[in-house]
Ligand binder design. Structure first.
Ligand SMILES: O=C(O)CCC(=O)C(=O)O
Length: 261
């Protein structure tokens, strides 16, 4: 399913388009996402622009209560593909993330890296961004090619007010000027069943949903052999307040199951 060109593109660009890899799982994913949209966790996030009607909702960590998500995580080809992309013998599941944008929602996803928001460090990471309907390029994920190779993490900020996410943010660098050409931007037209696989360090974002229909996307986050728990200087997103782990430990497997080895 994954050829050498895809592997080398992932290594070089930090993001690849995978055509049709999950087409046999669409019904399962749609059923799970519909349930999730109707029954979000109580700490689900909503963003709304004053000038627009549509809502943008994000929800996290639902796989233990949505059997369709668990079925996909444990039984779809995702874990095997992740092992190949990360060059990792084992794959641990980190979390699921629903991004639901109503028609005409005016809230873009700003350029950002994911890893600074997370309680992990390591180089073997991958997210699968899976839209459940076709996407024109203008409403698809946008990835800054090669940005995963930066040697410092980008300062994480809150998407709603752009404030720094952690109290002490001196260890982070400013985000490069992607819109003015600091990196080449990769974006793909997507069909249901396609995915974009990207490294947790790849800078990415998305335009607001400007089309006349709602958009449902699932992002599944997976980690490989070299990933360890990392205590951050404040709450992470998603946050795991009861995790009870020390920096440097392998993520506890009762919360983050090994799905490939
Ligand atoms: O779909 C989007 O708006 C952004 C997705 C994203 O940031 C992610 O999956 O990490």
């Amino acid at each position: 399913m994954i050829d050498d060109l895809i592997l080398s593109d992932f290594k070089q660009d930090g993001a690849v388009h995978l055509s049709g890899v999950f087409k046999d799982w669409l019904t399962v994913l749609e059923r799970g996402a519909e349930f999730n949209i109707q029954h979000p966790n109580e700490n689900a996030l909503t963003h709304k622009a004053d000038s627009h009607k549509g809502l943008f909702m994000e929800d996290f960590c639902s796989w233990q209560r949505i059997p369709e998500y668990e079925d996909f995580i444990r039984n779809s080809p995702m874990a095997g593909i992740a092992s190949q992309l990360m060059h990792s013998q084992s794959v641990q599941f980190f979390h699921d993330h629903l991004l639901y944008k109503e028609a005409g929602s005016g809230v873009p996803t700003p350029w950002h890296q994911d890893i600074p928001f997370y309680c992990v460090s390591g180089l073997q990471t991958v997210s699968f961004w899976i839209p459940l309907e076709s996407r024109e390029k203008k409403v698809s994920l946008r990835c800054a090619s090669g940005s995963h190779l930066l040697d410092k993490e980008i300062r994480p900020t809150s998407w709603s007010n752009n404030e720094s996410f952690y109290a002490d943010d001196s260890q982070f660098m400013d985000i490069p000027d992607i819109d003015n050409g600091d990196y080449e931007v990769r974006e793909w037209e997507m069909e249901p069943g396609d995915a974009i696989a990207f490294d947790f360090r790849t800078i990415h974002g998305a335009n607001a949903n400007t089309v006349a229909s709602r958009s449902r996307t699932l992002s599944f986050r997976l980690v490989g052999d070299d990933v360890r728990y990392r205590q951050r200087n404040g709450r992470t997103s998603p946050n795991f307040p009861e995790i009870n782990q020390q920096t440097g430990e392998v993520l506890r497997t009762d919360w983050f199951p090994v799905i490939y080895s």
